[in-house]
Design a protein around this ligand. Structure first.
Ligand code: ADP
Length: 489
């Protein structure tokens, strides 16, 4: 809208007509006072101002407008009778567009100026709007940056307070922060501590984790700068993700040296103890056999019964010691399998016979289901039988109210599958994942049934050595089904 200010109503009328004809919205005021009231109330794109008016004249109106923040940008065209007024025009009116036209008004010139100022006003408005948007954008960004900075500082303070060595890295794996503990193991914040030559190289494993977006967990020995000693640490590096993917990584080295030492001592003790136990036990076994064969021991006599019971107990002790020896072999990486082609069907029969023999005191029927395995297997028959016997022994032991165990077999051209199904107490779903761990026993059953929790751990190790797989079948039925698969070759 354009405001025309003139004390002569006929002047207003002619200008109004002209501007309206060109499509402009027009308002008018007959004095300076009225004009000032109107500009404060309404928004105008341009003011056409008569200079000579009674009361407040045109210059005073212009000066006042330049003082209001609301109107200081509004362009003004003065209408004056004399040319010399020009020198006063710029005075006191610094901002906004300004021009003048002498009376009588030339309509073409007036229209040219009006159009120019109108466009200028629109552009100023648009510019102001853009500036506002930009300012708010800058403000939002500043706020977000500050929040991010606060978060990073918070994270760094947290990492600093940890008892572990802690660090952060960017998405590409370049270290961006390390806490003070880091410097006990590395002089430089960009390089990882020195790793024992026999341990896995951190950089290599981590590079793989970055490529596959996987967290890292690794036990490594790192060198303490002061003592020069390598100490066991558990290194964990986890990705920090946002909507776009991995943003950064947070890592810690936790000192597990003492724990590892304890474990080593325990394994060493186990190894020595089981070796030491083995020698006298072998002698006891030999003497019992001699006693059994003595001609004056009558078959159905008390002596014979006692000797047979002693033999059963010694056999139990023997298998226990054998398991403990296996554990120490696994720990030392010495559980080796001796692969040779063997007949799986014969192995299954032999395992069943052993079970019937060792479980003569319990009622149990082992059923066979599935395919007959005709293809020879290249593996360690003794160790595979050990696995099957272990599965069968557990199936009977943990099924006090059932006398039925089923062996399922299947094969394809590459591998065979054997499962042992029982109808016993079962294993709670959330405990299944731990069942093959060393010394793990399900609490609910550990009081009622004797055991050490090492049988399945050894089985898992044997199957791994055969490049096979193992596990528990998921079924909603009562009981449990343990299985393993191994390749024929
Ligand atoms: P152990 O039987 O000497 O404890 P294992 O390593 O053979 O050791 O088994 C580990 C644990 O798994 C057992 O303590 C028992 O809680 C559970 N378990 C193994 N087999 C079965 C089964 N057939 N049914 C139910 N629980 C089982």
């Amino acid at each position: 809208m354009i405001l025309i200010v003139d004390d002569q109503i006929e002047n207003i009328y002619s200008l109004e007509k002209l501007l309206k004809a060109k499509g402009f919205g027009v308002d008018s005021a007959l004095s300076g006072e009225e004009a000032l009231k109107k500009v404060l109330k309404n928004d105008y794109a341009l003011v056409i101002l008569d200079v000579q008016m009674p009361g407040i004249d045109g210059f005073e109106v212009a000066e006042t407008l330049s003082g209001y923040s609301k109107t200081k940008e509004v362009p003004i065209i003065f209408l004056s009778a004399v040319n010399t007024d020009k020198k006063f025009i710029a005075k006191g009116y610094a901002s906004g567009g300004i021009d003048y036209i002498t009376k009588p008004v030339d309509p073409d010139i007036l229209m040219l100026k009006v159009k120019t100022f109108y466009r200028l006003y629109e552009q100023t408005l648009a510019l102001n709007e853009t500036q506002k948007v930009l300012e708010s954008e800058i403000e939002t960004r500043k706020k977000a940056q500050q929040e991010l900075k606060d978060k990073v500082e918070h994270l760094h303070t947290t990492l600093e307070s940890l008892p572990q060595i802690a660090f952060t890295a960017d998405a590409r794996g370049r270290i961006t922060f390390v806490n003070k503990r880091w410097y006990k193991f590395s002089r430089c914040p960009e390089t990882f501590p020195e790793v024992h030559p026999d341990d896995t190289c951190i950089k290599k494993v981590w590079q793989h984790c970055i490529e596959t977006s996987q967290p890292l967990e690794l036990e490594v020995r790192i060198k303490a700068l002061k003592s020069g000693l390598f100490c066991f640490h558990l290194l964990r590096i986890i990705p920090v993700r946002d909507k776009t993917g991995i943003r950064s990584w947070v890592g810690t080295f936790t000192d597990i040296h003492e724990q590892k030492e304890e474990e080593r001592k325990k394994d060493e003790f186990l190894s020595i103890a089981s070796h030491e136990l083995k020698t006298p036990l072998t002698s006891i076994k030999a003497y019992i056999q001699l006693l059994e064969r003595m001609p004056d021991v009558q078959k159905e006599s008390k002596f014979a019964t006692y000797i047979s019971r002693a033999q059963t107990q010694v056999n139990k002790l023997d298998s226990l010691i054998a398991d403990l020896l296996d554990i120490s072999k696994i720990e030392n990486g010495k559980l080796k399998v001796n692969k040779k082609p063997f007949d799986m069907e014969r192995l299954i029969e032999s395992a069943m016979e052993t079970i019937y023999y060792t479980h003569s005191h319990v009622q149990v029927k082992i059923e066979r289901k599935g395919e007959t395995i005709t293809q020879e297997v290249n593996g360690d028959a003794f160790r595979i039988e050990q696995v099957l016997i272990n599965f069968l022994t557990n199936a009977i032991k943990y099924s006090p109210d059932s006398d039925r165990v089923v062996i399922h077999t299947a094969a394809d051209k590459d591998q065979l599958y054997i499962a042992v199904q029982d109808f016993g107490i079962g294993i709670p779903e959330h405990k299944k994942s731990n069942i093959f761990t060393k010394f793990y026993r399900v609490e609910e059953s550990s009081v009622k049934f004797q055991g050490l929790g090492i049988g399945l751990y050894i089985c898992a190790e044997i199957i791994k050595q055969h490049n096979g797989t193992y596990g528990i079948e998921s079924s909603s039925n009562q009981g449990t089904t343990f299985y393993f698969t191994i390749p024929f070759n």
